[in-house]
Design a protein around this ligand. Structure first.
Ligand code: HEM
Ligand code: HEM
Length: 431
């Protein structure tokens, strides 16, 4: 697809579609100066001729077809309405917008998986909106957090809905991110030139899990308190782990300091980092477009291509509406409980477990309860995580457009381990 996108560059880069103000290609760059033959021939400062289709443009590199010395070729344009107004002011973006208009998405029997990145993005947007609304009433102190949380649920108009939507959308966002990750893995969408899409995506998954972990404590109820106590204990067995535990907790135990730290991470640090990596991830989505599964083009399995704007994005919109309907249904019909206020002096109640997306790790730690076992479990997770993040650089076969069954098996083993671990926790503790 990268290739297809690039082949369309030449036409895409013309700054002036029919009916829109034209750049003064035959006009002198300095008003009032007479036209010179050099100007016609494309002297510096004038639009260079657009290279013909099929010219040896470097593959994989976006190359604007012309270089202008004139900062704003639209400055003398007399049109003022609508898009022309923006064109005059953001003229450097015109080739980018034209490029995006040409973007296409391949259509084949696995196209359905292209919707999950967009769905993850949709639930993240819901998190920002509802998160900001929760911030209007929430207070991150040991004394007030639980009371404010109950106040949001019971007194604030529609507060219950906003809290339920935030809690459910968090779960759906994590679920969509996992589906998106495994579908791109099995389609080998990480292969050249999309290595950085995979790596930035992996960082986004870690940040999303970080959101879930830090958000969990904020209601300051019993369940959240003891789950965080167990969760923040994990690094202890690793070398230097004591420091990480102290850093996360802000003291020896989970307490008011921990709440402040989790809150700061949840609403400042993590949103900032997500924005950074998401910008990179989505820019790559625009620049490289969607990949086609290996061998599909050759086997004639690609039925055709559809425009990203407006066709695919409109279908994305339909998926978002369905996601929204599901979200509201879950929030209203299956509300998350409020629980009782955390009491650090009380004994931990039975059945304390983390959020479902940490169950596989939780199960592994439980299985490795022998001497040195916890450290071994942490090492296993870290090593598999690093290999997983670097898969695009290891799977050389896929990058040569050849099938790579070994990596497919690796993916299946990782997926099966996560599912089995999660299911075992479910069997033991229930939902
Ligand atoms: C906050 C989390 C994430 C968001 C919002 C996000 C968003 C997107 C979007 C909108 C697309 C384009 C449409 C699509 O193919 O679905 C995409 C593509 C992609 N994403 Fe993500 N993503 C996220 C996490 C991840 C993760 C965890 C991975 C893998 C570790 C990943 C790897 C990729 C890859 C390889 C593509 C290219 C797919 C292709 O060309 O077929 N992303 N992402
Ligand atoms: C900028 C974005 C965000 C802001 C400003 C924000 C803000 C908040 C606030 C103020 C709370 C405490 C209120 C409460 O517990 O009901 C909270 C809870 C929570 N947040 Fe976020 N949040 C954001 C994004 C996210 C994301 C992306 C996730 C998901 C993975 C997430 C997951 C959670 C969870 C699981 C809770 C606890 C929910 C509960 O049991 O009520 N948040 N958030």
């Amino acid at each position: 697809m990268a290739e297809e996108n690039n082949n369309k560059q030449t036409a895409a880069s013309k700054p002036s579609p029919a009916g829109k103000p034209k750049p003064p290609a035959a006009k002198p760059s300095v008003p009032g100066k007479p036209k010179s033959p050099a100007a016609k021939a494309g002297a510096p400062g004038q639009a260079k001729p657009v290279p013909a289709k099929g010219s040896p443009a470097k593959k994989g590199v976006y190359k604007p077809a012309e270089v202008r010395a004139e900062a704003n070729p639209f400055k003398d344009s007399k049109t003022g309405a609508g898009t022309s107004w923006f064109r005059e002011r953001f003229n450097v973006l015109v080739p980018v917008i034209d490029y995006m208009k040409k973007k296409e998405v391949p259509q084949h029997r696995l196209s359905i998986w292209y919707y999950f990145g967009g769905l993850t993005l949709f639930f993240f947007s819901i998190q920002i909106i509802t998160g900001l609304l929760l911030l209007l009433y929430y207070r991150p102190t040991e004394a007030e957090a639980f009371a404010r949380f109950v106040y949001i649920q019971t007194e604030v108009p529609f507060g219950w809905l906003i809290r339920q939507v935030h809690a459910w959308s968090a779960n759906l966002m994590v679920l969509m991110a996992f589906i998106h990750m495994f579908s791109t893995f099995f389609m080998k969408a990480y292969r050249k030139p999309r290595e950085l899409m995979w790596v930035s995506g992996f960082v986004l998954l870690l940040l999303t899990l970080g959101f879930g972990f830090t958000g969990y404590l904020l209601p300051w109820n019993e369940l959240a308190y003891f789950a965080t106590q167990i969760g923040t204990e994990v690094p202890k067995v690793a070398p230097g782990g004591e420091f990480i535990v102290q850093l996360l907790r802000g003291g020896e135990e989970v307490g008011g300091e921990t709440l402040t730290r989790m809150f700061a991470m949840h609403v400042v640090l993590l949103p900032g980092l997500v924005m950074l990596f998401l910008t990179g991830h989505l820019m790559l989505v625009q620049v490289l477009g969607a990949s086609t599964p290996i061998g599909y083009k050759e086997a004639g399995l690609v039925k055709g291509y559809e425009k990203f704007f407006p066709n695919f994005i409109a279908k994305d919109g339909i998926a978002w509406m369905l996601g929204f309907a599901l979200l509201i249904y879950l929030a209203v019909i299956f509300p998350w409980e409020i629980g009782v206020k955390a009491d650090p002096l009380a004994a931990a109640p039975d059945g304390i477990k983390p959020e479902w997306y940490f169950w596989a790790q939780f199960q592994l730690l439980k299985d490795f309860k022998f001497e040195g076992g916890e450290l071994l479990a942490i090492i296993i997770f870290t090593v598999v995580g690093i290999v997983w993040a670097l898969v695009p650089f290891m799977d050389k076969k896929a990058s040569r457009e050849q099938r790579s069954p070994l990596f497919t098996i690796f993916g299946l083993v990782v997926l099966a381990s996560l599912l089995i671990g999660t299911y075992r926790v479910y069997l033991e503790y229930g939902w």
